[in-house]
Design a protein around this ligand. Structure first.
Ligand SMILES: [Zn+2]
Length: 353
């Protein structure tokens, strides 16, 4: 995608057009960022159709018609265009002034943007795609509220969202940060699961909150991003020297030329691809922590195991060790069930230690 944008006219033509028409530099960068996001959406659309629609239907997980699915992709495009405009405007305002320290400032802007996205997602982005409603009064709600409050989660209600609109997947999540933090379950979980399973799953989610997994992830991601920007600085200097003229970039601007964004994105994406095992190990470690926290809180090892078995509808239960290390955001289901049974054996059955 980057190569196509760099080697053909539209990228630099857009930069030149924006320079002629728009007086204020951040507005020019925002226009470029919006167009770049839209181009990215369009060029990756075939892959999105395959991954998000064709393959989901092939596995019987999707519940949407092509029209409804595509409507959501268009909403996603809207979000991406706004986000792309804001991020590129902020990033290049900083890159123009930062000089040799641009990797440090780039990390700062990127992480501020990621943090802001996490804060606003439950309020402004996720409600675009799903409806969130309070769980009806009853034993499930009472049990989840009690577990949440006992562990310092500031909840006034338990929310369920209509994931069945898109998928048959059973799931729950913790989302948001600071005042927008919330724990929600999806309607597939609520409808298909026993009270013990729901308590087990929600205790796991409460664990993510109670152990501050979102702020901790943000701190670790800052380190990952910093290394990425440092490597990008090294790579960009060489790539711009070698190919800058061929791609009609402006060597005197270096990375501050907004038309070099596709190259920076390509370099940074390559780094993130190589960092996949690191990123997945960060989340996989937290998932193991949340599992143990959830077992201790809900005390429902069978509920946990039953819920985990439902996840095998969409998650390979017994990956090879290396496969798990590289690709898995969660521990192997087999391992997680083993943890639940180990907990049961030690804590409930009266077995000697
Ligand atoms: Zn989790």
């Amino acid at each position: 995608m980057a190569l196509l944008l760099l080697a053909t006219r539209p990228s630099t033509a857009l930069r030149d057009w924006a320079e002629r028409r728009l007086k204020w530099a951040p507005l020019r960068d925002a226009a470029y960022g919006a167009a770049y996001s839209a181009a990215g959406w369009l060029l990756t659309l075939p892959l999105a159709v395959y991954q998000g629609f064709v393959r989901e239907h092939a596995y019987g997980m999707a519940t949407q018609s092509l029209g409804a699915w595509f409507g959501e992709q268009l909403m996603g495009l809207g979000v991406a265009v706004v986000a792309g405009a804001l991020l590129v405007a902020a990033l290049y305002a900083v890159l123009r002034r930062a000089g040799a320290q641009w990797w440090l400032w780039g990390t700062g802007v990127t992480m501020a943007f990621v943090t802001l996205t996490i804060v606003i997602a439950p309020v402004w982005i996720e409600p675009l795609f799903n409806t969130y409603r309070p769980v009806p009064d009853g034993p499930v709600k009472t049990a989840v509220l009690a577990m949440a409050r006992a562990n310092g989660v500031p909840v006034d209600n338990v929310y369920v969202f209509d994931a069945s609109r898109q998928t048959t997947r059973v799931s729950a999540n913790v989302s948001g940060l600071f005042g927008t933090a919330a724990i929600r379950l999806n309607d597939n979980l609520l409808e298909r699961s026993s009270e013990a399973e729901i308590r087990a799953v929600m205790a796991h989610e409460i664990g993510h909150y109670a152990m501050n997994h979102i702020p901790k992830t943000l701190i670790m991601l800052t380190g990952v991003a910093m290394v990425g920007f440092l490597l990008s600085q090294w790579a960009m200097r060489r790539l711009l020297q070698r190919y800058g003229a061929r791609w009609r970039l402006r060597p005197e601007l270096g990375v501050a030329d907004v038309a070099s964004l596709p190259l920076l994105a390509a370099v940074f994406s390559t780094y993130l691809l190589l960092a996949t095992p690191v990123l997945n190990t960060i989340t996989r470690t937290q998932e193991t922590e949340a599992d143990l926290f959830g077992l201790n809180l809900a005390r429902e090892p069978h509920g946990e195991a039953e819920a985990l078995l439902k996840l095998t509808e969409y998650r390979k239960p017994e990956p090879a060790g290396l496969e798990e290390f590289i690709f898995f955001t969660h521990p192997a289901t087999r391992t997680r069930i083993h943890h639940a049974m180990r907990w049961r054996e030690q804590m409930l059955s009266g077995a000697p230690p």
